[in-house]
Design a protein around this ligand. Sequence first.
Ligand code: G3P
Ligand code: CA
Length: 242
Amino acid sequence: MTEIFAHRGYSSLFAENTMSAFYEAEKAGADGLELDVQLTKDGELVVIHDEKVNRTTSGNGFVKDFLFKDIRKLNANKKGLKKETIPSLIEVLEWMQTNTLLCNIELKNGLLAYEGMEEKVIELIQNYGLTDRIIISSFNHYSIVHCYRLASEIETAPLFLEGLFMPWVYAQSIRAKGIHPKYSTLSDEIITRTMENEIAVRPYTVNNDADLHRLFRLNCTSVITDDPVKALRIRKQYEKRP
Ligand code: G3P
Ligand code: CA
C-alpha cells in the first residue's frame, strides 16, 4: 500500500513545518512526515523550509544569522491566530518517541553548504534510535553520499526536479534506496521499473486528485502531499477488500 507522507506536516491546513502541522498529520492518519532542516548560527538544527525566515515567520533575515534562542522568539504562524515557534529537530525526534510515524528529513543544504549538518542530523537520528524510521533526502547529492558514508544504515534519497534517465541506476550508483522526484517528471513506466529494481519512489508534491489516483493505482511506494486527509480518502478506494 502506498505510504502517505505529509509535506511540511499537514500544510494545506496548518502552518508549514510547525509542531501543530506534524501533530495534525499524525492525528489524520498519515504514515509519515516530510520536513526541512536548516542550521542556526550556533549550530542548532531547526525545521524551516527557506534559508530566510521572512516568508513563514514574523522575522527577517537568514536562519544562519540567528542564535537558536532568538529564532525561537519568532512566530512561525504569522497568518494564523495561534503563535507557533520554529521547531528544533530535537523536538520532532523526541515527539517521534511517542508514535510510529516515518519521517523524511530534507537537508536544505543546496544553496548554503551548512558545514557539519550531515553529522549533526545523523548523530541525533542514532541517539534517538530512529535509524529505521527516517529517510534523509536532499537536492544536494554530494550530501546524500556523505550521509551514506557516515551511516549506511539510514536510508537516503536524492531529490530532483527534472527527468533522470534510468533513475534506478543513478540511485544504485550513489547507494540510495529511494528517489524523491517531482511527480510530474515520472511516467508510469519509470515508476514501475524503478520499483522493480527495488528502489523506492516517493514523488513530491502530489495534491491533485488525478495524480493521487494514478500513483495509488500504480502502488507507488509513497506520495508526499500537503493534504494527507484527501490522500487517505482517495487511497481507501485502492485498499484491498477482504
Ligand atoms: O521533499 C520533497 C519536497 O519537499 C522538495 O521540495 O521545496 O517543497 O522542499 P520543497
Ligand atoms: Ca521539503
